[in-house]
Design a protein around this ligand. Structure first.
Ligand code: NAP
Ligand code: FE
Length: 371
């Protein structure tokens, strides 16, 4: 029974937590670069809460609102130049995983002017990253509590880097911000949270603590999934939003210990090549993932269902109902082209048993091969 884990983020959650954390923010320096996507940080009220709090503290801020979904390294480099020009002391991301991951990357780039892509991914950083703060507005990635940043490099590939120096120093999670998510974003992000918990639970790297996080995350999600399977997710109340947000943090805490498994690796392909949103792309492989584990580690698969309080039949039904549609097809050539991605892949190696590259090909064929 091991409990090995490390999570140094000061996490504050609940309504009003940004304004209530003024003193914490004041400690971080004079000038802040705020990093957001185009519209959601404004629409959900988080940007106003952050800027007014910084101003009341006498801190100055500048805004970079050019981060798109699956944030691009080139945009992070542009933002870092802006941070350097303004003499920013810290970076504050407001958004879903895209803006939060971008803020982590910008924190590295801004502390190391002229850093190349190769140096970034080789951790060839002369200087420690600037401090970064995460203000979450989706309930999915849990990036608030991870040392991971997933960035799209100029070749169009999603590539992550993991480093303890990029943990946010402060994460502020006000579930009110998530209330403006569309039903599509709500669904895609909630199934990402489930994917994190499920993949973490079955990871070879799982331990007693990470499994507690994973099980708690799913236990928060399942009653909501049942409700949404019946009534849709157009009108979720605050309590439900709060539970979804907390589940996403549990998922983040779980993968912070273990990393993810094959659904995430394979999901990246669907996002890069077909534009499928991240959560949906990982969720479509969850049934395959459970079935694979049931064959590889039947006792653990049974323990999983027992601990989350769900039958296999219901689990599959909820996955099917909750995963947004992913109507794509692939040719044999496309599947063959992807094959090299599965070879010597770290996340696949974390699966129980032995998940081999041809198994990934078979899953793609079964699900997506053009008839
Ligand atoms: P996202 O890409 O950050 O955002 C998706 C969409 O939702 C965007 O259009 C965004 O608008 C909008 N949005 C965000 N918050 C909203 C709100 N409160 N109200 C209305 N719209 C809102 O989605 P995400 O699923 O949270 O993040 C996915 C990214 O995180 C992927 O790149 C994935 O690889 C990464 N990820 C990272 C980790 C980690 O540990 N670091 C873990 C899992 C996934 P705007 O563009 O206007 O903001
Ligand atoms: Fe994810």
């Amino acid at each position: 029974m091991t409990l090995n884990s490390f999570m140094p983020v000061k996490l504050v959650t609940g309504p009003g937590c940004v304004r209530q954390s003024a003193k914490e923010l004041a400690k971080l320096g004079r000038t802040c670069l705020i990093v957001t996507g185009k519209t959601s940080a404004k629409a959900c009220g988080a940007l106003q809460d952050v800027t007014e709090t910084l101003e009341q503290n006498g801190q100055t801020w500048i805004l970079f609102d050019g981060i798109g979904q699956n944030p691009r390294l080139t945009d992070c480099m542009t933002a870092a130049e802006k941070a350097i020009a303004a003499g920013a002391d810290f970076i504050l991301g407001i958004g879903g995983g895209s803006a939060l991951d971008a803020a982590k990357c910008i924190a590295v780039l801004a502390a190391n002017p002229g850093l190349t892509q190769t140096q970034l991914y080789a951790f060839d950083w002369a200087n420690a990253p600037l401090k970064n703060v995460a203000v979450g507005t989706t309930a999915g990635t849990g990036s608030e509590v991870t040392k991971v940043s997933v960035i799209t490099t100029p070749d169009g590939r999603k590539k992550s880097f993991h480093h303890e120096a990029i943990y946010p120093v402060l994460a502020l999670g006000d579930p009110c911000y998530t209330q403006s998510m569309s039903p599509m974003v709500t669904r895609s992000t909630m199934v990402d949270a489930l994917a994190h918990c499920a993949e973490s639970f079955f990871s070879r790297a799982a331990n007693h603590i990470s499994r507690l996080y994973a099980v708690e995350g799913i236990r928060l999600l399942l009653p909501i999934f049942r409700e949404i399977a019946e009534n849709g997710c157009a009108a979720l109340d605050y309590d439900t939003r709060e539970k979804l947000y907390c589940a996403s943090i549990y998922g983040g805490l779980a993968i912070n210990v273990t990393g993810t498994c094959f659904p995430h690796t394979m999901g990246y392909l669907l996002t890069e090549s077909f534009g499928i949103p991240h959560g949906t792309a990982c969720a479509v492989f969850q049934r395959d993932f459970y079935e694979y584990n049931k064959a590889a580690v039947p006792q653990l698969a049974e323990e999983y269902l027992e601990r989350i309080g769900c039958s296999q039949e219901e689990y599959f039904r909820l996955l099917e109902k909750l995963t947004p549609p992913c109507e794509i097809t692939m040719t044999e050539e496309r599947i063959a082209q992807a094959h090299s991605r599965w070879v010597n892949n770290g996340s696949m190696a974390k699966c129980q048993g032995e998940f081999l590259p041809h198994m990934a090909d078979d899953i793609l064929r079964r699900k997506f091969l053009a008839k």
